[in-house]
Design a protein around this ligand. Structure first.
Ligand SMILES: Cc1ncc(COP(=O)(O)OP(=O)(O)O)c(N)n1
Ligand SMILES: Cc1ncsc1CCOP(=O)(O)O
Ligand SMILES: [Mg+2]
Length: 348
């Protein structure tokens, strides 16, 4: 791709988008014959096809169709797949587009309709969205199945715990420090990064986007009380961002916030985290993963909270991708043996 520039929409473009979406809503209701409770792609396809099959003197101008339905299609991608509106400019000119920040995919919904007006391909949107969904799944980042969440205890600092987890074979470490100053978090994160690099282990930072950015961490984990993943993405860029979910509603929200994985829990009561949500158990994971499958939400899920090696088989059978564990590894007498046993069960 040659040189191009992308910007967020300016005031004039935002006002234009608002008018275009109103126009689109009117067109969809008129030509699909249905009121829009929730916008679906089949409503959009119906509206486009029926509008174009209307006798030509009653038909809306092509420019209005491309604008109204194009913006409606773009808004669907924003609402359902986590895209953002952008103004895109290259040597051919300026166009309004939507971009999926985490993957870098840019789509031009208004131009897409303009093109189909010429090719007379009036039911293209279902396929168009499916292709985008597939591209998003294909470029998903690799998430290991075992995450070690750091913990200190008497006689063991976070850095020592992290080094021991690396030596024991963990490939992904989350630095999770509470009640520390920014400087202390940053200094420890810097040192953790060096340790992890020595063992070729990926490092993720809990809670703090600024620390993750400063140490060029591989990932950032954000809970419901932390910065939103979409906000954090603007700070840390294209690293792995995980989000916490305790309920199906949380999963639905996170699916629109461009997270690369979901930490779903707690599996069981644990003393590692203060203020813990109600436990999910195997039934909770089964219910939520089934809902994700039904809604085609294809984001890897890690189970977390009080997990023991003997839980792993049942946890995986629910469709969960992997686990995040803290106490289990921190307190293991033989960390190498414990990690090997976990990883064998996870087939990682
Ligand atoms: C992998 C993973 N999943 C969930 C959490 C919990 O994050 P959060 O809800 O923000 O709670 P704290 O860890 O910040 O206390 C996690 N850290 N990692
Ligand atoms: C951070 C976190 N979030 C939910 S449970 C938990 C603690 C996980 O630690 P442990 O594996 O020791 O229960
Ligand atoms: Mg948090």
């Amino acid at each position: 791709m040659g040189q191009y520039e992308e910007k967020t929409l300016n005031k004039k473009e935002l006002a234009w988008k608002k008018d275009a979406l109103e126009l689109g809503e009117g067109l969809i209701e008129k030509y699909s014959g249905k009121e829009i409770a929730t916008l679906t792609i089949s409503l959009l396809d119906d509206a486009f096809e029926n509008a174009m099959q209307t006798t030509w003197w009653k038909r809306p101008r092509k420019f209005m169709i491309a604008t109204g339905l194009g913006y409606a299609l773009g808004q669907y991608l924003v609402d359902q797949l986590g895209f953002e509106w952008i103004a895109y400019k290259d040597y051919q000119g300026k166009d309004i587009a939507v971009k999926h920040q985490a993957s870098g995919i840019i789509s031009f919904p208004i131009s897409a309709i303009r093109k189909r007006l010429k090719t007379k391909e009036y039911r293209f949107m279902e396929d168009y969205v499916q292709v985008l969904k597939k591209e998003l799944t294909m470029i998903k980042k690799e998430i290991p199945r075992l995450h070690y969440v750091s913990q200190s205890k008497v006689g063991l600092t976070h850095l020592e715990a992290i080094k021991e987890a690396c030596q024991a074979g963990c490939k992904w470490v989350q630095l999770r420090m509470k009640e520390v100053t920014f400087q202390e978090y940053l200094d420890t994160a810097m040192a953790a990064k060096t340790i992890c690099q020595n063992y070729q282990v990926k490092l993720t930072i809990n809670d703090n986007a600024a620390v993750a950015k400063a140490v060029q961490a591989d990932g950032l984990h954000l809970g419901k009380e932390d910065m939103s993943p979409l906000e954090a993405r603007k700070i840390v860029g294209d690293i792995i961002i995980g989000g916490t979910a305790n309920t199906w509603e949380d999963v639905q929200r996170l699916s629109k916030e461009q997270v690369d994985y979901i930490g779903l829990g707690p599996f069981r009561y644990t003393t590692t985290k203060k203020k813990i949500s109600p436990v999910l158990g195997i039934d909770g994971y089964t219910r939520i993963i089934d809902q994700m499958k039904a809604q085609e939400i294809d984001i890897p899920v890690l189970a977390i909270g009080g997990i023991n090696p003997s839980d792993i088989k049942a946890i995986l059978s629910t469709g969960v991708w992997g686990i995040a564990a803290s106490g289990l590894i921190t307190n293991a007498k033989d960390k190498q043996k414990t990690c090997t046993e976990i990883m064998q069960q996870l087939k990682d």
